[in-house]
Ligand binder design. Structure first.
Ligand code: SDX
Length: 393
């Protein structure tokens, strides 16, 4: 049944909206997409099936899944004039900068998604965005390494297509590793949506003005880039490399507790989870399997991460503040094992979260009672005063 959850009025007073899409119980570490627990979806579903679920509210039957998969498959290519936009970026531009610019420029291309009040326009927008994000991200990676961009292949699944667009080169055949593709598909499922996080709220805020949906998605990419949000997955790997050795973990845990020290344990803490982030638990378990598959059992950074978690979770500072590893703490270990460079970790998050952004935008725009977002403030400035001419100042 829907809508059976009851809330403390003090909590609902803090809420910016209602939504049927995702449920988080931060105290008990529960995450559900349309009522289905994320651990079951990670184990039994596929990212594209989860996309259908998040967008439509129900799991698809076989004909619905075939139609959806076919629609996504036939929207994966980029307009050649859009591909030229990459040439405007310096080779060392951060891929998230390219994603923000390229996705925003999609708003100049399509006229079959301009009527945000038309359900058909909303559906084609969501499908096109989900389909194109891997191609856009892979092209950004190719641009950053000076290699020719590789287009999508329609016979490949979503994750395999992305891996091939990143790592294939014209000079050689590229062989898909099914274990790598499955691991990526699971990570995409785990990152697909997370109710009103900063980037999703940003997309809703921008979309509430009636703005072009592609432009609204580009605001979500910008928000996700921050190290306090999706940028944390990149920051975790840089932090682990900075710590360098298990012997240094205690020193950095103490630094993270020092209010005068800007150092924070990246990948730790969460505004909502005051218990384990269920996604972190699943990803940590997957690390063992993936590292073994790639013969990286003694991965130094993973050992560092495990030791960091062990020490922090025994420390009163972290226990009192209910600081646990979040989704970003272990994900980079798997991305790195798959050969994905650190500066592409947050684009991975963006690829997955595109469906969450699109689902929340669509849900909001379908609401006849939707009004422009307009947060208020507590004013702490001057009281009324008269202008003083510069010769009197
Ligand atoms: C994501 O919202 C979402 O759902 C996001 C996300 C999603 O799927 O969309 O889950 C994805 O963004 C996960 C979070 C990734 N960010 C990081 O890992 C960056 C490191 N974490 C922190 O910056 C922080 O924990 C946040 C940003 C995640 C949460 O910030 P809050 O809720 O504002 O927590 P806070 O800053 O108020 O911290 C409470 C206390 C403070 O100490 P006191 O002032 O009470 O003494 O805990 C401390 C903080 O100093 N603290 C940390 C810490 N995180 C919080 N101390 C050391 N290391 C940390 N990581």
């Amino acid at each position: 049944k829907q809508g059976v959850f009851t809330y403390d009025p003090a909590f609902t007073a803090t809420c910016s909206c209602t939504s049927d899409i995702t449920f988080i119980d931060g105290e008990n570490g529960i995450l559900m997409y349309r009522g289905y627990p994320v651990d079951q979806l990670a184990e039994k579903s596929s990212f594209l099936e989860v996309c259908y679920l998040l967008l439509n509210g129900e799991l698809p039957n076989a004909p619905e899944m075939d139609e959806f998969r076919d629609a996504i498959t036939h929207h994966t290519m980029l307009n050649e004039s859009l591909v030229k936009f990459y040439d405007g970026f310096h080779y060392d531009a951060h891929p998230m900068a390219m994603l923000t610019g390229i996705v925003g420029s999609l708003s100049a291309f399509y006229h079959d998604t301009t009527d945000v009040n038309n359900p058909e326009h909303r559906e084609i927008f969501a499908r096109r965005m989900i389909a194109k994000m891997p191609t856009i991200a892979a092209a950004a990676y190719k641009h950053s390494i000076g290699q020719p961009k590789i287009g999508p292949k329609n016979h490949l699944d979503y994750a395999s297509n992305f891996l091939r667009m990143c790592f294939a080169v014209p000079a050689e055949e590229y062989e898909i590793d099914p274990v790598a593709a499955k691991a990526l598909d699971v990570l995409f499922i785990l990152h697909a949506d997370h109710e009103q996080n900063a980037s999703t709220s940003t997309v809703r805020m921008a979309g509430s003005t009636g703005a072009n949906p592609y432009a609204a998605i580009s605001t979500g990419i910008a928000a996700l880039w921050g190290p306090a949000h999706g940028g944390a997955n990149e920051a975790v790997l840089n932090m682990l490399s900075q710590i360098g050795d298990v012997s240094q973990v205690g020193k950095y845990v103490e630094k993270a507790k020092d209010k005068d020290d800007p150092f924070r344990l990246m990948g730790f803490g969460h505004r909502v989870y005051k218990n384990f982030d269920p996604r972190a638990t699943i990803i940590r378990g997957y690390c063992h399997e993936i590292l073994e598959h790639f013969g990286m059992q003694n991965n130094k950074l993973f050992e560092l991460a495990l030791e960091l978690e062990r020490i922090a979770l025994e420390d009163d500072y972290f226990i009192e503040r209910k600081l646990y590893p979040n989704v970003d703490f272990y994900s980079g270990i798997i991305y790195q094992a798959l050969g994905i460079p650190i500066n592409m970790f947050t684009p991975m998050f963006a690829i997955a979260r595109t469906v969450g952004w699109a689902a929340h935008w669509s849900e909001m725009m379908a609401d006849p009672g939707m009004r422009i977002a307009r947060p208020r403030q507590v004013y702490t400035g001057y009281e009324l005063r008269d202008y003083i001419n510069i010769d009197k100042r």
